[in-house]
Write a protein that binds this ligand. Structure first.
Ligand code: PLP
Ligand code: ZN
Length: 411
């Protein structure tokens, strides 16, 4: 097992214990090279199913249950887990109707221990941090990475420091990081400045847990294995997810490649990445047809989790779109708010960034770029309670009328 350059043409290999975040030869991001293999698809499916009734902590995690596709470096007791990854694939009839689609499911990653998909990556990356003997971990974040890292570092007994853009993240996310005991560094500016500051200021004793960390990508990747299992290994036509720093899109691309190569799926779903109009550097690049990302200096969207102008993982994400025959698009603030209300209105709920998925699907249907009979899985990345201010602001009725409704109903 080794780290390798994610640019297939470069093929530089590094030791799996190397802490480099980019290829020393070409500067591209690194990824984990897969273990021994080759695997037999049918026996893997059987093993994963049997583990569901086991009480081994690794089997109780919805991530480590699929550990044949994770780094195999750790003793069973060394895994840092909060039983993450056991989240449902929900049928969503009202949202389907809203989008104009027959079959839509939500994979709700907001129902993870700290309320976002970041937990799937952190369980692996913090396990690796402890394996390397790190005493401090750090990340820059729009809030969810920080909350997740803080929780897993606390479980592992490792100090955590988070760099957050001042005033640009939700109070709930900030409160989580404080609650889990992380050291907070507030940085003026946006996420991109917080990440720059982190990369400049941290010393060699610090282990980095931003989404360019290849071990996080490995954990996040497992979500696709899990959703395929929930669909009885019948791939949907599309998987739709929001794009910020594009770590998750990269992870999904790697998963789909490995699932296909192993014969766990026959057909590769098309991946759709949705960004907010005010923070859409990846969409602009896609539309230009030139594979060179122009940074947006002042990204703007109320969906703070994807308010990112300089996504680090854009090359990996681009390869993922190319591999899956996918596409990307952007949606307006109004479309996000409306879609979010529809998802909430059927008792599911999510944070604003997650609602870009439903907004994006609706657009694709209206533009006749997606067949209404297609089967679609949309990935809800964060919990509704992550950003309650947004909900109150978007609420069209004044609060007093809610009060009178409540008293009028005799409650
Ligand atoms: C981190 C995050 C995103 C963006 O994911 P990337 O991997 O940065 O593209 C989207 N939604 C939520 C809720 C997040 O926490
Ligand atoms: Zn390289």
């Amino acid at each position: 097992m080794h780290l390798r350059c994610s640019d297939g043409q470069c093929s530089t290999l590094l030791d799996i214990r190397d802490r480099a975040l980019s290829c020393p030869r070409c500067g591209d991001l690194l990824e984990v090279g897969l273990g021994p293999g080759p695997f037999d698809a049918d026996s893997l499916k059987q093993i994963w199913l049997e583990r569901r009734i086991s009480s081994d902590p690794r089997d109780r995690s919805g991530i480590w249950r699929f550990r044949e596709f994770l780094p195999d470096l750790y003793d069973p007791g060394a895994v840092v887990t909060l039983e993450e990854g056991n989240v449902p694939l929900l049928a969503a009839p009202a949202s389907s109707r809203y989008a104009g689609l027959d079959h839509l499911w939500f994979k709700h990653l907001g129902w993870n221990p700290t309320g976002s998909f970041k937990d799937g990556g952190m369980t692996v990356a913090v396990t690796q941090a402890r394996h390397l003997g790190a005493t401090q971990v750090a990340s820059a974040s729009t809030g969810n990475t920080a909350a997740s890292m803080a929780a897993y570092a606390a479980r592992a007994g490792i100090a955590a420091r988070v760099y957050l853009p001042q005033g640009a993240i939700s109070m709930a996310k900030l409160a989580q990081s404080i609650d889990y005991g992380a050291e907070i560094v507030q940085v003026e500016g946006n996420f991109d400045s917080a990440l720059e500051r982190l990369l400049r200021s941290a010393g060699p004793e610090v282990y980095f847990l931003n989404s360019i960390n290849p071990f996080r990508i490995e954990g996040q990747k497992i979500v696709v294995f899990s959703l395929m299992e929930q669909l009885d290994w019948k791939p949907p036509d599309y998987i739709v997810l929001p794009g910020g720093n594009l770590g998750n899109a990269s992870a999904f691309g790697k998963a789909l490649q490995e699932l296909k190569a192993t014969g766990l799926i026959e057909k590769v779903p098309r991946m759709v990445v949705v960004q907010a109009e005010g923070a859409n550097p990846f969409v602009r690049m896609w539309q230009s047809g030139i594979p060179r990302l122009e940074v947006i200096r002042e990204p703007r969207t109320a969906a703070s989790a994807i308010c990112i102008g300089a996504p680090r993982s854009w090359k990996k994400a681009l390869r993922a779109l190319q591999f899956t025959g996918g596409l990307c698009l952007d949606v307006s603030e109004e479309e996000i708010a409306e879609a979010k209300a529809v998802i909430g209105g059927e008792g599911i709920g999510c944070e604003p960034a997650s609602a870009t998925t439903l907004a994006g699907i609706r657009r694709l249907i209206r533009q006749k770029k997606m067949d209404p009979a297609a089967t679609v899985v949309a990935v809800l990345t964060g919990h509704a309670l992550k950003d309650t201010d947004y909900i109150i602001r978007a609420q069209k009725r004044p609060v007093s009328s809610i009060e009178s409704q409540i008293s009028g109903s005799g409650v």
